[in-house]
Every structure is written in structure tokens, then in C-alpha cells.
Design a protein around this ligand. Structure first.
Ligand code: FAD
Length: 379
């Protein structure tokens, strides 16, 4: 089989690969872009996630400031705002069920409620919109019990992640090679040669968007990302209770309701930390029971709905909880992006733009925000 030749090979057909391919072609419609995906498009975390499009990082804003400093936390918030804005302005939301309802970040304890109340103040000072609800308000608003308060963030919402990946790739015009696991890479002449299960791919530049799987191809990247399992379930349709996605207990639970009434619930990983690591794609009875207990505790109005589906996925967690961008050691024509730490959708479209800008050596105001040097400085 003759080699497949292209200007840029994107390795990994999840949301980050699709978003990168989209922007590469927007920058230069004549560019030949190939996306190599080991399985089928969106086979990884991007095809298994809850479709929350949230602002900020995986923690509340007050905690993000504590972890990363005020200026960086503000930039991270703005970055995710830009994702939502780009999704709204450059894509056809109907193609991927975009619902810009805003979100509720609900508190599982009085301490968390206090952090959310403080987050509302800090966000207001930084020019962002967010409204604190006390316990009575939040529980009334979503027909729930037991939440101690909540932050309503009017921007963001939900979408269908698989449809979004497919939409972006269709718009990009990139060639998607499914079943093309890349097993080796080497520099050749003024480009790169990839060995894939569908033959050799020769590319001027390579962008690795492999999520948690990056260390399987680039072992040195294990310092930047580790695999963490997430489990979810979907109920049969129930009466409408939630008008917007709910992210609670510091993000350790996330719950939304589809237009057809089905509830999607994920999380409980913190209750099973030792088991929920690695690449094993499986659900466990113990964790799934905790998800069901959460429904009974917080949404008693819905009774005990039938559980129609249970599934898992592998997320890539970074040491500081933020995504990482870098150059593969020894391969100056290969860029990688990983470590979205359970929050890739909020970073998605803007992150693809950042990666495309990096390929074209264009200026990007966020170029240093996720650079590996920042991780090195923080660890
Ligand atoms: C259950 C679950 C719920 C989640 N909920 C949310 C949510 O609601 N909101 C949110 O923002 N985030 C959520 N996340 C996290 C989000 O899904 C990820 O941050 C995001 O999908 C990461 O995208 P990615 O493109 O970097 O990685 P992935 O989607 O994992 O894509 C990597 C791709 O690379 C492929 N691949 C692997 N090895 C190779 C190889 N050698 N050669 C070629 N291809 C290869 C894989 O098959 C995969 O398709 C959730 C994750 C899970 C698992």
C-alpha cells in the first residue's frame, strides 16, 4: 500500500482531534489533513461523556484561584467563555443538540456552599456572570433535596459530544482514517513518518490528541497525564425535573436530563479512588450503586427509575488539573495536547484553535497558559 501523504496528521479522533482539524482547514483550506483514529471516531472519552459544556476548570472559581493564582484562573475562565462563544458563532448548534441553558454548580456540603458563594463574588469582581442560590432556591429550582447552595452560571450548557465530533470533522474536510492506530513515529526529511495499522502516513507536522492514551505512544508523556476511569448511567425517561445540567460535590457527581426525559448521571469516583484508575473499560456494581443512591437522596421525587444503560470511559488527568500542550521530546514536528482532567468540552473548540495556531506558528494570546513549562514550574 503506498503511504498516505498529508500536510498535517492529527492522531486521535476525539473532540480535540476534531477541533484541531476544523481550525487547521479554516486557516488554510488547501491544507491536506488526515485524522488517524485507532478505533472509530469519538471512541474514547469524547464519545462517552455527559456533554456538559462548563466554564472554568474542574474546581470552583475560588479554589481555582487558590490553585493557579487570580490571573491564571481568570484567563482559564475567559478561555472557556471563548469556547462557548466560538461554538455558538461558528458551528450549527442544531447539528449537535446544543442547549445553552447555563449550568448549576451545586454544593454537597456547607463548606462547598461557602466556596461557591465566594466564587460568585470573585467572578463578579472579574467581570463574569454568576448568581449564588441558597439551599432553598436551588432545591426548589431543580425539584431536589439536600443541596446546600449553588452557583448558577448563565453561559454554557449541554450538547451531544459524538455529534459535535462528527460535525467538526465534516466541516473540516479532513480525511478520517478509522482503525488506524499509530504504533510508531519517526522524523524523516522535513516531516514525520507514522506507522499505523492502516499503513504508513507521511506528514509535514503531527498533532497528537490522544487524551489519556498519549503515554501508550509517547511513554515520556506519563509525567503529564494518567488514566482515570469515569462511570455513568442513563435512566428510562422520567418527568421533567432538571432544566439545566447540575455539577455537584466538587464535580464528583454530574447530572443532566435529556429532552426525552432520560437522566444521565456520572461520578462517584471519589468514593472508589483505588479502583477508578487505569485503562480498564468496565463498570462496577459498587460505584453504580452509589450513583443510584445519589438519585434517591437528591431527586426523591422521581422514585426509583429503571436504569437503561451503564458505561465507563477513560479520562486523562494532569498533575495540576489543567490541560498540557508541548512538543514530543526529540520530535520537534510533533505537538501533543492532553490532560483535560474531566473537562475537555469546555476547552474544546478554543483548544483546537490554540493547537492550529501552534502548527501555523501564529500568535495566540493563550500560548503559554497550558505550556509544559508551567507544569514543570508547578510540580
Ligand atoms: C464518562 C465521562 C464523562 C465525562 N463528562 C464530561 C463532561 O460532561 N464535560 C466535559 O467537559 N468533559 C467530560 N469528560 C471528559 C471529556 O470527555 C474529555 O476531557 C475529552 O473527551 C478529551 O478529549 P480528547 O480528544 O483529548 O481525548 P479522547 O476523546 O479520549 O480521544 C483520544 C482518541 O485517541 C484514540 N487513540 C488512542 N490511541 C491511539 C493511537 N495509538 N493511534 C490513534 N488513535 C488512538 C482513541 O481511540 C480516542 O478516540 C468526561 C469523560 C468521561 C469518560
Amino acid at each position: 500500500m503506498p503511504p498516505t501523504s498529508c500536510d498535517v496528521a492529527v492522531v486521535g479522533g476525539g473532540i480535540m482531534g476534531a477541533a484541531t482539524a476544523f481550525w487547521l482547514r479554516r486557516h488554510d483550506p488547501s491544507l491536506r489533513v488526515v485524522v488517524c483514529e485507532a478505533e472509530t471516531l469519538a471512541h474514547g472519552a469524547s464519545g462517552r461523556n455527559a456533554g456538559f459544556l462548563l466554564l472554568g476548570t474542574h474546581t470552583d472559581y475560588a479554589s481555582a484561584i487558590g490553585a493557579h493564582g487570580r490571573s491564571r484562573a481568570r484567563q482559564l475562565w475567559q478561555f472557556t467563555q471563548e469556547t462557548v462563544q466560538l461554538i455558538r458563532e461558528t458551528l450549527d448548534g442544531a447539528a449537535f443538540d446544543l442547549a445553552l441553558t447555563g449550568s448549576l454548580i451545586a454544593a454537597g456540603s456547607p463548606e462547598e456552599a461557602e466556596r461557591l458563594r465566594r466564587s460568585a463574588e470573585l467572578l463578579a469582581e472579574d467581570g463574569a456572570e454568576a448568581v449564588y442560590h441558597d439551599a432553598g432556591d436551588v432545591n426548589r429550582r431543580i425539584h431536589a433535596q439536600g443541596f446546600h447552595g449553588a452557583l448558577f452560571v448563565p453561559e454554557g450548557g449541554t450538547m451531544h459530544p459524538v455529534k459535535l465530533v462528527r460535525h467538526l470533522l465534516a466541516l473540516s474536510g479532513a480525511t478520517a482514517l478509522e482503525g488506524a492506530r499509530v504504533t510508531a513515529m519517526e522524523p524523516v526529511n522535513r516531516g514525520m513518518r507514522l506507522v499505523s495499522e492502516r499503513g504508513i502516513v507521511e506528514a509535514g507536522m503531527v498533532v497528537l490528541t490522544l487524551g489519556a492514551y498519549l503515554p501508550q505512544l509517547v511513554p515520556e508523556a506519563a509525567q503529564f497525564v494518567r488514566p482515570v476511569r469515569a462511570q455513568m448511567l442513563a435512566t428510562a425517561p422520567v418527568a421533567p425535573v432538571l432544566g439545566l445540567p447540575v455539577y455537584s460535590h466538587g464535580g464528583f457527581f454530574y447530572l443532566r436530563q435529556h429532552a426525552d426525559g432520560r437522566l444521565l448521571l456520572g461520578g462517584a469516583r471519589h468514593l472508589h479512588e483505588a479502583e477508578e484508575v487505569g485503562y480498564d473499560d468496565a463498570t462496577t456494581e459498587a460505584l453504580q450503586a452509589d450513583l443510584e443512591a445519589y438519585l434517591q437522596t437528591h431527586l426523591p421525587e422521581i422514585g426509583a427509575p429503571v436504569i437503561e444503560r451503564r458505561w465507563s470511559g477513560t479520562m486523562g488527568f494532569s498533575p495540576d488539573g489543567l490541560p498540557v500542550v508541548g512538543t514530543v521530546p526529540g520530535l520537534e514536528r510533533a505537538t501533543f495536547a492532553t490532560g483535560f482532567t474531566g473537562h475537555g468540552m469546555g476547552f474544546s473548540l478554543r483548544f483546537g484553535l490554540l493547537l492550529a495556531n501552534r502548527v501555523f506558528e501564529r500568535t495566540d494570546s493563550y500560548a503559554d497558559l497550558f505550556d509544559t513549562r508551567q507544569v514543570n514550574a508547578a510540580t
